[in-house]
Design a protein around this ligand. Structure first.
Ligand SMILES: [Zn+2]
Length: 222
């Protein structure tokens, strides 16, 4: 099976013992997790100095440590494999569209390290195997908790459902507000970025695609 584009080396079930990749061994070592907190703390202190702040004033003293903990949380998906949530799929004779709308997520734009926040809608046509509905949310969360671009997030989730679940059709639509567009740069508050990935039947069959899009957008309250 093809690796999803956003999977990391850690996604492989490479045992840490005997691995001669020192970087991988370092990442896998210790209960403190694979994130190097002291390194982030040093870097944040450097940034504060670089912008003309005094990192030793009272209000900033704990900031590097806080930011390190925050990044460890926001990027925790780098060290998780979303495919574990697909292993729980079960056999079910159902071959119509399964749709979960409004899966809230937050991610971090890899170009500016600023958050983008939105909703994902996922529809698929099973081919004998169905996934617990909450698992779709788990998959989105793992993929979102990485430095990301919205396009890749959308494609990665769709590819996982095609490759690991064997769905006959997959439609993923993601709507998000990017703070790198709303608070800096072109400063367009309220502007929303929409991306979609259509696979299998939803790509090849116009009426299937129209059906899933009407399910996504059809009965919206807002
Ligand atoms: Zn950005």
């Amino acid at each position: 099976m093809t690796k999803p584009p956003n999977s990391t080396a850690l996604a492989d079930n490479t045992p840490s013992c005997g691995s001669d990749d020192p970087e991988l061994a370092r990442l896998q070592a210790g209960r403190g997790g694979p994130v190097d907190h002291p390194r982030i703390e040093r870097a944040v202190r450097e940034i504060l100095l670089a912008v003309g702040e005094d990192p030793d004033r009272e209000g900033l003293l704990q900031t590097p440590a806080r930011v390190a903990r925050m990044y460890a949380e926001l990027f925790s998906g780098l060290h998780q494999d979303p495919r574990v949530h697909l292993q729980t799929a079960f056999t079910e004779k159902y071959d119509e569209v399964v749709l979960v709308r409004d899966i809230a997520f937050h991610s971090v734009c890899e170009h500016h390290l600023l958050p983008f926040i939105g909703k994902a809608h996922i529809g698929y046509i099973p081919d004998g195997r169905v996934l617990g509905l909450s698992k779709l949310g788990r998959i989105v969360e793992v993929v979102a908790r990485r430095p990301q671009v919205q396009e890749r997030l959308t494609e990665t989730v769709a590819d996982l459902l095609v490759e690991e679940l064997g769905a006959k059709g997959v439609a993923v639509v993601v709507e998000a507000v990017h703070t790198c567009m709303t608070i800096r740069g072109i400063r367009k508050p309220g502007s929303e970025c929409v991306t979609s990935a259509m696979k299998g039947l939803f790509r090849s069959n116009v009426s299937s695609r129209a059906e899933v899009l009407s399910l996504i957008y059809g009965r919206r309250s807002s």
